[in-house]
Structure formats: C-alpha cells, structure tokens
Design a protein around this ligand. Structure first.
Ligand code: GLN
Length: 481
C-alpha cells in the first residue's frame, strides 16, 4: 500500500480510499502529524477535532471494508471556516460574543461533506465575523502565512487558506462576501472559488452580508475545487436564495480546454496592482492565448465604484444581521442593572473594533434621512456594475484580473489604516455585487518569491468556462515547472 504524500490531491485520496488502496485513517494521521508539527506556529485553527476525525475516518474505512462506497470525498480531510455551523461543536466566528455557543444543527455544506465521506479535521480562524483581509482581526490572534510566517495569509478566510497551504487538510471551505476566499487563496498560493450567488446553500453560514455571502472551496488543484463544488453545490430548500436548478458537473467541464474561448481584458480596470502582480497577469493572458483562447478588450466602467458601494451595502446588511447578538440569544452576556445597558455592555465587550466600525457605518447608511443618499445610491451603483459586466460578457466568456493588488504583506502593515486594508479587495468585490462567480488560481510567484494569484471571472452560472480557464492556467504553470 502506497502512503499518501503531501502532494496527494483530494481526487487521488478519494480514489485511493474508495478502492481500498489507501486507508482514510492513514491519510488522516498524516495530516494530523503536520498539524502537530506546525500548527503552533501557523494558528490556522480555532479548534482541531482530532478524536472526532479519527472516528469519522474509521467509519469510512469500515464502510469500504464492508463493500460500501463512502462517497466522492471518501477519507478526504477537510477544514471548515469557523463561521459554518457544526452541530454541538463551538462555532465562534472568531468573536468573543459567541463564546460558549454551540449550534444545534449542521450547515448544509457540512451535511453534504459528511454524506460524501469527508473527514472534518477542524474549524479555522478568520477575521471576526469575516470582516477583514488579513485574519489579523480575529479575537483569538492572527493566522500566519505558511509560505512566509512573517506575513499575513490574507482574509477573512485566512485559516482555511493556511490549512490547505500547510497540508493540515487536503481541502477546506471558506466564505466570500467581498473576496474572502479568493484573496487569501492568492496570498497562500492555493486555488479558491467564490461561486455564483445561490450556487451553494448558505443555510448554517453565520450571516455577514446576506446578499453577498457565498461559501466555496480552497484546494491545491482546480480539479479538487471542481469536485468540492460538485459535492456542496446545488439547490437546498433550506436556503430560499439557492438556485432551484440542477448544475452541470464541473469535473466534466475542466476536461474541455480553452480552444476558441474568449478571454476578456478589462481596459478600464482600477490601477494600483504591483508590477510583479501585473507581470503574472500578462503571463496568464499569454498562456491562454497559447492554449487556443482569443483575448478581447472589454470595458467595465462601473468596476471602480465597487469598493465604495460595497462599504455601504455590506456594513448596512451587517448592522442588521449582527443585531441578534444581544446577550440573550447567543453566546456571552455581560450583566448590567437593566436590559438596555446589558445590551450595551455585552456588545461593547463582545465585538472587536472592526466589527463595531462596520455596525456604525451600516447603521448610519440606513438611518432616516441618509438612506437615499447612501444605501439607496449604493444599490443603484450595484445594478450598474452588474449591467456593465453583462455587457462585457456578451463579448467575452471569462475575464482575467489580478486577484489581489499585492503579494502577502507583513503583519501590521495595514493594521491601523482600514482604508488600506479595504483596498485589498478592489479586484474581488465587484463580482460579489454582481452575484457572479470568480476564482483565484496560483500563477507563479512575485516579489520575495511569494505566490501570485490570477482571478478568473465569469457571468451568472459561468462556472464551467471559469473552471476550463483555470484548468488551462494550471496546466500552463505545470508545463513551465
Ligand atoms: N475584506 C472584505 C471585508 O472586509 C471582504 C470580506 C469577506 O469577503 N468576507 O469586508
């Protein structure tokens, strides 16, 4: 029996376990050993579930021994961002305010992963309530980038990105409201996908901005991301915004190549990407051209308004969603003489600075007299962005941009300047506003030898062509090695 190596993909692990050539228990122990080795340094997890994972792996092996098929993710170690509900297991959103809370149910994605034979190894660290781009906003301390531990892993799903990059889990799930899967994927050198809004159920995802939030995978390969989305995607009656139509298999799509595909270059993209990042983007256009795609110029004029509109819409929704943390229904309570002051002191003690900033921004944007000027205006800009993208997608099947304007930055580099932090997502946010899919694919290295990600975007339910493009980029990188 051949032991898995750190290079084993989820596809390979599942195939090995299903055929009986690999033991889920051995695969798990290898990942747990890496956690033992390096988690003290990286801090990818809020909680490691070693005992529970051992029991799950044993059950997978027992199923195989009994002649049953555990499913397409048989024995694949997976890590979950700690804003996804796990039945009876602490779910913190890296916030003190949820201290002691254990969800009474599993998120739909968790149910689907388990049903497919995956083994949950732990809950990963994030910026508190998924607000941030560096995982420095966690109430439990920052996560370090496994590629360079003096630097951030990106955020907000930094723990999930780091878990895959460090080999703590084969794959992981994150959530992306404005870039929180794609940006950390780019900074940690892994694949990260934000699907079309409604592609993956949000049932059991703790809400940040409900009209923008989507769950998606972090993986080492494009094929693994396709496998994961095939498992977790699809209609869920528990989420009224989930798309009520069957989705084509992405594993099938990635075999197709990019011959004849129209790849768009956005000529009016906001400037500000570092030269090393731009250089990799140009190399990506060249690689796709060489693989048979046609490069076309398109314009998305409202793209550059994305950041501004997002920082009205997302905080507005957050201020409403986070009102439920009142010291009564969930988690921590700080006692006070009367109910109103109890709300005040609980929320003051329970939320960190960035969360408070968003609640204040959002409450202001929604307040009487300002609603039309701020929130209402932002909604109009959101429509313009979606319309501009739709026009671009009449001429191009996919668009290519940088994922992040920079490679991973050192701790503290943007800590005292919220606006500098917000700019990390200038290329990812417009897609969330439009509801479209986007993914980041590692495409070589930039400054200091750090990973650079290229972002592939497509229109609503354009996942098949987005994955075809990503797979072609991955092949080109493999060929260049
Ligand atoms: N960094 C962005 C923010 O702070 C996006 C976060 C996310 O996608 N969850 O809001």
């Amino acid at each position: 029996m051949s032991a898995p190596t750190s290079a084993s993909s989820a596809v390979q692990i599942a195939a090995g376990v299903r055929s009986g050539q690999l033991k889920a228990a051995d695969v798990l122990e290898e990942h747990l050993a890496r956690i033992d080795n390096r988690e003290g340094e990286i801090h990818a997890f809020n909680l490691v579930l070693a005992d529970q994972a051992r029991a799950a792996a044993a059950a997978v092996d027992a199923a195989v021994a009994a002649g049953n098929d555990p499913g397409p993710l048989a024995g694949v170690p997976v890590a979950l961002k700690d804003n996804m509900c796990t039945h009876g297991i602490a779910t913190t959103c890296s916030s003190k305010i949820l201290d002691g809370w254990k969800p009474p149910y599993d998120a739909t994605v968790v149910t689907r992963l388990i049903a497919a034979g995956a083994v949950t190894v732990g809950k990963t660290n994030l910026d508190e309530f998924a607000m941030g781009s560096s995982t420095e906003n966690s109430a439990f301390g920052a996560t370090r980038n496994p590629r360079d531990t003096s630097r951030v892993p990106g955020g907000s799903s930094g723990g999930s990105a780091a878990a895959v990059a460090a080999g703590f889990s084969s794959v992981s799930l994150g959530s992306d409201t404005g870039g929180s899967i794609r940006q950390p994927a780019a900074l940690c050198g892994v694949v990260g996908v934000k699907p079309t809004y409604g592609y993956v159920s949000r049932y059991g995802l703790v809400a940040f901005a409900s009209s923008l939030d989507q769950i998606g995978p972090f993986t080492n390969t494009v094929e693994d991301a396709a496998l994961l989305l095939d498992v977790i995607g699809g209609h869920d009656p528990m989420d009224s915004t989930s798309i009520p139509a069957p989705q084509p298999s992405l594993l099938g799509a990635i075999q197709q190549g990019v011959e004849g595909l129209r790849v768009g270059r956005i000529t009016d993209l906001p400037e500000g990407a570092d030269p090393d990042v731009v250089e990799r983007l140009e190399a990506a256009f060249d690689a796709l051209r060489a693989a048979g795609a046609t490069i076309v110029d398109v314009q998305v004029p409202a793209f550059s308004y994305g950041l501004t509109a997002y920082y009205l819409i997302a905080p507005a929704e957050a201020s409403s969603n986070l009102a439920r943390y009142d010291g009564v229904r969930y988690g921590m309570r700080v006692n006070a003489p009367d109910t109103n002051s109890m709300y005040g002191v609980t929320r003051t003690a329970g939320f960190g600075d960035e969360v408070k900033r968003r609640i204040m921004l959002g409450t202001y944007a929604l307040s009487a007299g300002y609603y039309d000027a701020y929130y209402g205006k932002a909604l109009k800009v959101r429509r313009m962005i979606a319309d501009d993208f739709d026009r671009a997608y009449q001429r191009a099947d996919v668009l290519l941009t940088p994922t992040s304007p920079t490679v991973a930055f050192p701790f503290g580099a943007k800590g005292d300047n919220p606006f500098a932090m917000y700019l990390c997502d200038v290329y990812t946010i417009p897609t969330n506003l439009a509801g479209h899919p986007g993914m980041s694919v590692p495409f070589g290295t930039g400054a200091e030898g750090l990973p650079v990600g290229v972002q592939v975007l497509s229109g609503t339910l354009g996942e098949p062509q987005m994955f075809r493009t990503a797979a072609a980029l991955e092949r080109a990188m493999g060929a260049a090695k």
